[in-house]
Design a protein around this ligand. Sequence first.
Ligand code: UT7
Length: 381
Amino acid sequence: MGERYAKIVGWGKYVPERVLSNHDLEQMVDTSDEWITTRTGIKERRIRGPDDTTSSMAVEASKRALEVAGLSPKDIDLIIVATSSPDYLLPSVASIVQDKLGARCGAYTLVAACSGWVYALVDAHQYIANGAYDTILVVGSEIISFAVDYTDRTTCVLFGDGAAAVVLQASEEPAGVLSFELGSDGSGAEFLYVPGCGSANPLNEHTFERREQFIRMNGPEVFKFAVRIIASSLKRVIGKAGLLPDDIALFIPHQANARIIEAAARFMHQPMEKFYINLDRYGNTSAASVPLALVEALEEGRCKPGDKVAMVAFGAGLTWAAAVVQLGTGELSPAYQFFSLGRARYLAKKAAYAVQDAAQAALLPLYTFVQRRGRRKRRRK
Ligand code: UT7
């Protein structure tokens, strides 16, 4: 079987209509547009409407991604939804998405906080590269606002809701994930966490009183970690792909804070224009952040077929994930696809073995007869 790559063939996004601006936040907590803009770069973020759920937003983004790919939900072999804000603790939100989409395939939810979608992309790449599946939907969807304390100015200005999805499909064209790195340092768990809600500290009147159902964050610690990890992990994955930072057409960083991205760009000796930013409009959408940036970069033509893009995410855990991804150079002819796709090759090989087996079975009596006659002749001599 030739090498199989997981090419991006479809992409789509969904963001709620409701905009929460810095000026709106000025009315809610002791903050200012000036502080938020200069310390983070964020101007506004989207907040879920009454009908938005993590699954409904994931479904909208996925429908668009399937449209771009020219595929139907029945073509999907697997759905992975990265989120930290599922509809329910159970069932997995990925199963809700699978049902609402009308897909017939396996589905699972992946939790790695803001790094989740890049983790999911790497998972999908493995299934396709090893021949297990041909078409995988990778979604990042978050209603992270449900875990935000709108009385805490140190966190409530940062986060927003959104969703984005990408369809990956098997291809022999060198495209998709060229290299990756997944990381975790759980010793930093308390720098960014939700103390209540989980089995260790279930929700009750005391956890409610202490507002432990909401995100707590040590901003400066996460900031230092982020600056260090973005530049170092990007350098490593770019090296693993046999490339140099100059070979990367566009960097797609997690959209947490423009100052973090600027610092990383300096460490990388790369111009800021090569770093895609949409956090001014959406804030930090957690696991939806990197795919939302990727989808908008594709929609705006900021990256084109054949380009190599480098993605990097970081977040609670602490976790991080980076990947170099090459964009496909366009559709291959159906005939080429038929002969190059692993499954077609496998079927062709299987058919060839079947013919061989049949031929052997048919020739076996003749072979045995010739062998026996040879032995008899030898004995007579
Ligand atoms: O997906 C991962 C998610 N998390 C992150 O990426 C967060 C990374 N960290 C950050 O982005 C930054 O640390 C923050 C934006 C969260 C904070 O910026 P900072 O420059 O690190 O500020 P700070 O926490 O050191 O606080 C500086 C001052 C403090 O006042 P005092 O103690 O100096 O009087 C804060 O109370 O700014 C104050 N402050 C605010 N003032 C106005 C904190 N939040 C606000 C606010 N408005 N919203």
